[in-house]
Ligand binder design. Structure first.
Ligand SMILES: *Cc1c(COP(=O)(O)O)cnc(C)c1O
Length: 399
């Protein structure tokens, strides 16, 4: 059976089987790790394209474990092809490097991963003559108004990191394609278990595999998913010539983690929904930003876009001063104060009022807030951990 392009089998079945065939040479039923950085050349190598990635030549062009992982991720996102790279940021910059050139204009969401902001707001604008506009992409009229004759790309996230803002993908795609623009979506926060942006017509999906798909907090990777022709361009231009290739070991770890990704995601979704609803009832909490809450702006669009749940990152504020946030964290026993998301264990980060991008977030964030990445522990333990930390600081708590 050719499982590679199969979309008929269930998502969990595909997460296990695509990109993992028994090895013909040894009979091993699980993938081995091919650490070799070079491969035997054909009889007459003199006519070869040294920048090709089809045949195994050299691991920066593509390798065995990279190939296994690319098949799996392309299938789970429902795309024709996928390129995996060393990190989510390597994937973002490889895509932008390939698709953009001097003089192009990019519209990007006011709520994105920090590196996306840096690339589009500082680095590429100053160094390489890419024009950019920061736009609230949840506001269709604002996006429309920002389009210029040289606009090439609209980029945003499902859901926005960190505020969880929800952009109406179908509406943006319609607008963009009418004007001949490309749309790229960073699907890290939602993950392909919940949201598959290609089904809404976006041109490219980018994803940090470091997060939910690996799921165990022990390796980094990134992926770009899109049409084969464009992915070949990404390989040729960015992977081979800029060189952000993923190590075979990390590709293997991520492919291994991905086999249980749908199961873990189900628990992430459920836990985050329960914690968000509990936080929303607390008198000491000033706001909760989570797309699964009915009172959250964008909930209705998110409900249309998601197949299962709303991911497991949420933000909330406390009614209190700056250092209260730091003190509450010291009482937590299960949550760890650390960045990242999608790990089995829950993480929490305090972002203070002087964060450089605070002006881009809604008003309620401006006094500082926590970004919480809910893990897959028992739900009650997570709520109880927050509860006892609030109580330890004399905050009012309800069930
Ligand atoms: C973490 C993250 C990235 C970057 O991924 P790395 O693997 O850390 O490079 C990109 N986008 C979003 C939305 C993220 O959360």
């Amino acid at each position: 059976m050719n499982k590679e392009n199969n979309q008929e089998l269930g998502f969990q079945t595909r997460a296990i089987h695509v990109g993992n065939e028994p090895d013909a040479a040894t009979g091993a039923i699980e993938n081995s790790i091919y650490m070799a950085n070079s491969f035997v050349l054909p009889y007459d190598p003199s006519t070869m394209n040294w920048s090709a990635s089809e045949a195994n030549i050299y691991t920066r062009n593509g390798g065995v474990n990279q190939g296994f992982l690319e098949k799996k991720i392309a299938n789970l996102e429902g795309g024709e092809d996928c390129v995996v790279l060393a990190s989510g940021v390597a994937a973002l910059s490889a895509l932008f490097f390939t698709e953009l050139k001097k003089g192009d204009h990019v519209i990007f969401s006011n709520v994105t991963y920090i590196a996306t902001y840096r690339i589009f707001h500082e680095l590429w604008t100053k160094k390489w003559g890419i024009e950019t506009s920061i736009v609230d992409t949840t506001d269709l009229e604002a996006v429309k108004a920002a389009i210029k004759p040289n606009t090439k790309l609209i980029h945003f996230e499902t859901f926005g990191n960190p505020t969880n803002c929800v952009t109406d993908m179908a509406a943006i795609v319609k607008l963009a394609h009418e004007k001949g623009l490309l749309v790229s979506v960073d699907n890290t926060f939602a993950s392909p278990y919940n949201v598959r942006p290609l089904e809404f017509g976006v041109d490219f999906v980018v994803e940090s595999l470091t997060k939910y798909i690996n799921g165990h907090g022990d390796s980094m990777g990134g992926a770009i998913i899109g049409p084969k022709e464009e992915m070949d361009k990404v390989r040729y231009q960015a992977q081979v010539n800029i060189g952000g290739c993923i190590s075979p070991f990390n590709a293997w770890l991520i492919a291994r983690g991905a086999t249980t990704f749908p199961l873990r995601m189900e628990v992430h979704n459920k836990n985050a929904q329960a914690v968000a609803e509990w936080l929303d009832r607390q008198p000491c909490v000033s706001f909760v930003a989570y797309a699964g809450l009915k009172n959250f702006k964008g909930h209705e669009i998110a409900e249309k876009e998601t197949k299962h749940g709303y991911g497991a990152v949420l933000c909330f504020g406390l009614k209190g001063e700056h250092d209260l946030y730091n003190r509450v964290v010291t009482h937590l026993n299960i949550f760890t104060s650390a960045v990242s998301l999608g790990n089995a264990g829950s993480l929490i980060v305090f972002l203070g009022e002087d964060d450089e991008r605070m002006y881009l977030y809604p008003q309620e964030f401006h006094n500082g807030f926590y970004r919480v990445a809910i893990g897959i522990e028992d739900t009650e333990d997570l709520i109880n951990d927050l509860k006892q930390a609030f109580i330890a600081e004399g905050l009012e708590v309800q069930d």
